[in-house]
Design a protein around this ligand. Sequence first.
Ligand code: FAD
Length: 280
Amino acid sequence: MRILVCVKQVPDTAEVKIDPVTNNLVRAGVPSMINPADRTALTAALRLRAVCGGTVTVISMGPPQAAAELERCLRWGADEAYLLCDRKLGGADTLATGHALAGLIARLGYDLVLCGNEAVDGCTGQVGPGIGETLGIPAFSYVSELRSEDGASIDVTRSTGDTQDTYRVKLPALACLLWQETAELPEREDIPAVQMLDASFLDETQIGSKGSPTRVVKITVKQREYQYLQVDYHWPLEQRMDYIFRGGLSKKDVNLLRGTAEEQAQRVLVALERQEVQQR
Ligand code: FAD
């Protein structure tokens, strides 16, 4: 199975700053990391490769520094990595980002494309479905589990709040993985080089600012007097609990627990145990 994983480099900070003049994200001096859900997607890809055989390729669109994140994926076991890097890609909105990545994916060839469900900086969740639409393949969002036995089809489980549904789909297909805590991946030393590509093989009218119909009219940063946690209700329950325990409870009225009384009690216990282990 040829698996392609889309990996976005995101700022490793809770303090996102916006340039008041250009309305752009201030990236200078901000440490970066792999978008957490993309790491979940890579872990799922490595697991599928172990069962079905094949290769795992990681791809990204971004500045030269994004190669660092791809190298990390190679150390974790990806077979090859491609960085799409060109000034012509600058100013891309989610549509143009999807077009550029879909162009690269089509060029590389694929059976399964994996994305994170959402990037922690832009948070639109549009890029994965956009790639699926451009490639004309079935696309699934809010995916919590992937299984394949034969490498020709895949069982996709979607978790949407209180319900879970599982689909069997013939490949090629695309899945957007929800963030899940993953075990530490062993790292290897000897890795191939990240392959850099410019945008010369892409349709210039569909990429960068030329291919971006969206205009950012205004961005404002709210001044907050108290720490408040933004809880995304699409995250799995455990992730929400973890997030709140790490950051302290907010003043926001957060209704966290669902399920039967037993299920709720069980989840509280798991989260408290996890917190205790972390504090030791
Ligand atoms: P989501 O849709 O939430 O991401 C979902 C998943 O898609 C990710 O988990 C990942 O798997 C995949 N993915 C997303 N982006 C990438 C990527 N780049 N490489 C690989 N996989 C990816 N951003 C800039 O950095 N520079 C700009 O100049 C710029 N100009 C913009 C102009 C406009 C008008 C707009 C609307 C946005 C602009 N952006 C710019 C933001 C940029 O469009 C988004 O960062 C990008 O499209 C991803 O959107 P998202 O963060 O919401 O990702």
